[in-house]
Write a protein that binds this ligand. Structure first.
Ligand code: ADP
Length: 536
């Protein structure tokens, strides 16, 4: 017997309808390139998003045509996030930190018909235009000849545009993985995935975002939908603050203070920079409104999570996700029984990747099948759920990332404990295989980054004649600090078996990073792995 419940389409227009009806006076704030703030209301935002939708229909775009963006985080980008799906088309965020040849490949592969670009990023457009398929280029800011000024496009649109009540299974947004582990691959999110992801992200125990919050996404809107913040915040009517192109620690801290930001999110490298500045000038900013600083994208070292809380009273929330998962996978907030646990155990839990979000299911597979949830046995994490990709867009070269029974293989090597907390040990390509045992590069990095003289550390495998691979640590010291390899090895020794300790420590000025701020381990391996070492 079927239930007798309406078939209500979970789509992006429904998110906007709610925001427009219930929160018209709430604000959306953007830091402009000259550091001044632009402010307007949800009502104005909704009208402009609808104008954009109707203007795109007037351009002849319908039925899932791709509209690409090359933009920083700002209110016009938010309008595109909503206006394009409202028009029945698909918004495709291009990552402006990628190499132009990758961008051209992605735009072509996605068959992007329109590009919306910030005027400051026009040189990047020039670098790819020859190889890109765009029919129309819309420029936010001053538009050169042959392009459409964004404001003119909007002026032609209808603020009363009524979007179709599209099928929730239709595509709304597209993102390519940044290619940390190979050729970029396209993920196509449905309206339904976005609606449910927003609902689950907002709830207590996940990211816990409500109408009362003031949310500043540091994570770029060109990376994994800025972790869904634009959709989640609009659904609940939170105040949204966009930082524009200024992502240095000082500008961010100024914006946190001025706008009384309550929730923010970004990758660990951003928070490392902020922590260093706060340590130097602990009394300069009033961050008393801040409730949660979400960190994800790569492993957040425990020392950092602890440092924010102990020295500055700031609560860091560790989360894990993937482009293939819209992107939220898990969040490491303490469950009630852990609130009674010894402090050390609590920190250990907050540094894990956490419990899966609602409607995300997990399991891990080792060489001999699914591994037990014992917090010790490593295996590759597999996931399934409502907002997880079922395949890549027009690319079946990686069809083996899905199991026969329909789970997605994440490529992350994890342990899962008896409570269901995930702890990422490594990416499968980065794990160090020494003498038949696996060593977690992430665990070593976190331990080394716990040393007060260390700013950043990345651990890679280098080939070894006797052990097959051995760990090598690449370390950036904090300004004015010193530490020797022996000191660092001794510092982390209590946490590891002797054979797991790095044989070599290399000191560098900077660790190369990917377009989304992760350690570029492939570059480090090229630099250091050539020299074969033999451990005793
Ligand atoms: P790319 O695959 O191109 O790097 P993604 O941003 O989708 O782009 O990367 C997802 C991957 O990032 C995950 O599979 C995982 O390896 C890593 N990751 C994300 N969040 C965390 C985290 N909190 N801790 C450790 N690794 C993380």
């Amino acid at each position: 017997m079927k239930g007798l419940i309406m078939d209500y389409e979970l789509n992006v227009p429904a998110i906007l309808r709610r925001a427009e009806q219930l929160f018209p006076r709430k604000e959306i704030v953007t830091r402009l390139p000259d550091k001044s703030f632009h402010r307007y209301t949800y009502e104005e935002f909704a009208g402009r998003a609808k104008r954009l939708a109707s203007a795109l229909r007037n351009l002849g775009l319908a039925d899932g045509a791709r509209v690409a963006t090359l933009c920083w985080n700002h209110y016009q980008h938010l309008e595109v996030y909503f206006g394009v799906p409202l028009s029945g088309n698909v918004v495709h965020t291009l990552n402006l930190r990628l190499h132009p040849s990758d961008l051209a490949y992605i735009a072509k592969h996605a068959d992007d018909r329109v590009l919306v670009v910030d005027d400051s990023l026009l040189p990047l457009y020039q670098a790819i235009r020859e190889h890109a398929p765009f029919e129309h280029v819309v420029v936010i800011g001053s538009a050169p000849d042959g392009t459409i000024p964004y404001e003119e496009l909007l002026a032609d649109g209808d603020p009363g545009f009524e979007p179709a009540d599209m099928d929730e299974r239709d595509a709304a947004v597209m993102c390519y993985t940044s290619g940390t582990t190979g050729q970029p691959k396209g993920v196509l999110y449905s309206h339904r995935a976005i609606a449910l992801h927003s609902l689950a992200s907002a709830q207590a125990g996940t990211l816990s975002i409500s109408e009362r919050d003031v949310v500043l996404p540091v994570v770029p809107m060109f990376h994994a939908n800025a972790w869904g913040f634009p959709f989640t915040c609009t659904l609940v009517g939170a105040t949204q603050v966009f930082p524009g192109p200024q992502l240095d620690p000082e500008s961010l801290l100024d914006a946190f203070e001025q706008e009384r930001v309550t929730i923010t999110g970004g990758v660990p490298t951003i928070w490392m920079g902020i922590l260093q500045l706060l340590d130097k000038q602990p009394d300069r900013w009033d961050l008393s409104a801040m409730r949660g600083m979400i960190v994800g994208g790569s492993a957040a070292p425990r020392a950092m999570i602890e440092g924010f809380q102990r020295r500055h009273g700031l609560h860091v929330i560790h989360a894990w996700g993937m482009t293939e998962m819209a992107p939220l996978g898990s969040v490491a907030e303490l469950v009630s029984e852990l609130e009674q646990a010894p402090e050390d155990e609590q920190w250990a839990y907050r540094a894990k990747q956490g419990l899966p979000a609602p409607f995300v299911e997990i399991r891990a597979r080792g060489d001999d099948g699914l591994v037990p949830w014992d917090g010790a046995t490593m295996g590759e994490l597999e996931v399934r759920g409502v907002w997880i990709a079922s395949r890549y867009y027009e690319d079946d070269s990686q069809a083996d990332r899905w199991t026969e029974d329909g789970w997605f293989k994440t490529g992350d090597i994890v342990t899962i404990d008896e409570r269901g907390f995930i702890e990422i040990q490594d990416r499968s390509k980065d794990v160090i295989k020494s003498g038949g045992e696996w060593v977690s590069s992430v665990a070593l990095e976190n331990a080394v980054m716990g040393h007060p003289a260390v700013a950043e550390a990345a651990v890679i495998a280098v080939p070894d004649e006797k052990w097959q691979e051995r760990p090598l640590a690449v370390v950036v010291l904090r300004e004015g600090e010193t530490a020797t390899a022996d000191e660092l090895r001794e510092f982390i020794a209590p946490q590891f078996a002797r054979w797991q300790l790095p044989d070599r420590f290399e000191f560098v000025d900077e660790i190369p990073k990917t377009a989304v701020g992760k350690f570029r381990k492939t570059a480090l391996r090229e630099q250091f792995a050539g020299e074969t070492v033999t451990a005793s």
